[in-house]
Design a protein around this ligand. Structure first.
Ligand code: UDP
Length: 491
């Protein structure tokens, strides 16, 4: 019998790999027995090798129907000193991987009567669209962010045509209209597309054009969470050069691996949360990469202290180029050295500082948690919504400022944290916002809204829910080959 395969091709980066594998698990879990097997293509830079090896071996045990293939890693200098250079390298890596990818997919297709029914790309791997076209394999994209992010992303070619300057050179008070999303200030556009003369801007522009030619666009979101952005996408307002590919909202995909909620070896922060009253704790966590200057860490600490609110704060040491490091000789000092003198002692009854990493999904679902200060990374946003926790939006990088706009202006489940001109969030600002989040009428109204969202998110995933149906449609489309029929839209 011919073996039907879906090939998933995530870009480097922990978050991209984990979300893509979660999509693979969801695809496999929808039908019994699954009509496809899932193959994940890996191209792993050396600094991610250790994490990837451990992750792959754990998935191989829990989900043996997912197989992994490593591409040889071509030389691409990864410059992590600048997010833009890092992103350029990620696009570049995919370009250089094309010959090896072509060879691998050809050999999979030829071996033992296998048939690759779909190649699902992360947008950083957009160069592989050519490989799919060459081998006659339908190409889908998995956009690891949501519909509002996708609307903005697909609209880049239109903005490129209609706005004569780089976003960085526009009057800061300009409001950029993007279909289905609240108007955006130039400074809230993702940094990599701020300057159209940069190499990375070219890559983004190309990726946006490529995605518009895909057999389908898969998103980690659910219909009722992003109604206006989805309507704009499905009404064809974001892609202006042709039809918009069919869109499939299959989320929220929530990764629970490593979130040891019920196990004996529960993380100490979960045991600490057990001792706190219901909804009394604000959690601060800034994704897999979020780091702050020592100055910002001190301001944050003072703001939390003055707010009087219980807090669980996941803290990382400042970047190595922060001047605070000059006074430190140890390579891995205690995080305490970056906090105000006596802070931990003064707040020990009501605050817990966790170094670097906490099991965030389990934390957000703990009944003692009442608010979440987040960098607005898409997974964190969905995890908060799925747990019914209102947010303070403190975006740091990538498309997070756009996510903040959507959360604050459109769905109103977050309050914004305002930075001063030099980018600092002052202790006073944080104190005020945390207080508003945890104990004000506005905060309560947000809590009610996000609670309703939590219910609709769970309903979307249940049998007959919008995400469950979208997954069935996606599987059907993959089985049949891409359709030219426009997809129905039920708001
Ligand atoms: N995360 C976690 N513990 C931490 C920090 C992050 O479990 O201390 C997880 C979080 O639950 C989310 C992911 O890491 O699933 C971060 O993804 P997100 O899209 O929010 O941000 P990114 O890391 O891509 O900026």
């Amino acid at each position: 019998m011919v073996k039907e395969i879906i090939v998933l091709y995530p870009s480097p980066g922990k978050g991209h790999l984990v979300s893509t594998v979660e999509l693979g698990k969801t695809l496999l879990g929808h039908h019994h027995p699954p009509p496809f097997s899932v193959t994940v293509i890996l191209s792993v830079p050396p600094d991610e090798a250790e994490f990837t090896a451990a992750y792959v071996s754990s998935v191989s045990v829990t989900h043996p129907a997912i197989s992994f293939h490593h591409l040889p890693v071509p030389f691409v200098p990864f410059d992590s000193s600048s997010p833009n250079k890092f992103m350029s390298s990620t696009f570049e890596l995919a370009c250089r991987n094309n010959p090896a990818l072509h060879a691998l997919l050809s050999s999979i297709s030829k071996s033992g009567g296998s048939n690759i029914r779909a190649l699902v790309l992360d947008f950083f791997c957009t160069a592989a669209l050519r490989v799919g076209a060459n081998l006659n394999i339908p190409v889908y994209y998995f956009f690891t962010s949501g519909a509002s992010g996708l609307a903005e992303f697909l609209y880049i070619p239109s903005m490129h045509r209609n706005i004569p300057h780089s976003f960085k050179d526009l009057d800061p008070d300009t409001l950029i209209e993007i279909p289905g999303t609240p108007p955006v200030r130039p400074m809230d556009m993702p940094m990599p597309i701020a300057d159209r003369s940069s190499k990375v801007y070219g890559y983004f522009l190309e990726a946006a054009c490529d995605m518009a030619r895909a057999a389908g666009l898969i998103m980690n979101t659910f219909d009722s969470f992003e109604v206006s952005a989805l309507k704009a996408l499905r009404d064809g307002l974001c892609v202006t050069d042709g039809p918009t590919p069919p869109t499939y909202c299959v989320g929220p995909l929530i990764v629970t691996t490593g979130n040891n909620n019920g196990a004996d070896d529960r993380h100490e922060c979960l045991r600490w949360l057990d001792s706190k009253p219901s909804r009394s704790v604000v959690v601060l966590s800034f994704g897999s990469m979020g780091k702050f200057s020592a100055r910002q860490l001190k301001e944050t600490a003072l703001g939390l202290e003055r707010s009087g609110v219980n807090f669980l704060w996941v803290v990382r040491a400042p970047p190595r180029n922060d001047e605070a490091w000059r006074a430190i000789s140890e390579p891995y000092p205690s995080i305490e050295v970056f906090l105000p003198d006596g802070f931990l002692e003064r707040t020990k009854e009501r605050g817990l500082v966790v170094n670097s990493w906490a099991p965030q999904v389990a934390v957000l679902n703990h009944s003692s948690v009442g608010g979440f200060v987040t960098h607005c990374g898409w997974n964190s946003v969905l995890e908060a919504v799925y747990a019914g926790v209102p947010m303070l939006a403190w975006p740091l990088y990538a498309e997070q400022k756009l996510n903040r706009n959507y959360l604050v202006e459109e769905v109103r489940v977050a309050l914004p944290v305002k930075e001063s001109e030099d980018g600092l969030v002052s202790a006073g600002e944080l104190e005020e916002r945390v207080t508003a989040l945890m104990s004000s009428e506005k905060g309560e109204a947000m809590r009610e809204r996000v609670h309703k969202m939590k219910e609709t998110a769970a309903a979307a995933l249940r049998e007959g829910g919008s995400s469950h149906l979208a997954l069935a449609e996606l599987i059907q489309a993959i089985k049949q080959g891409p359709s030219t029929e426009p997809r129905r839209w039920n708001p």
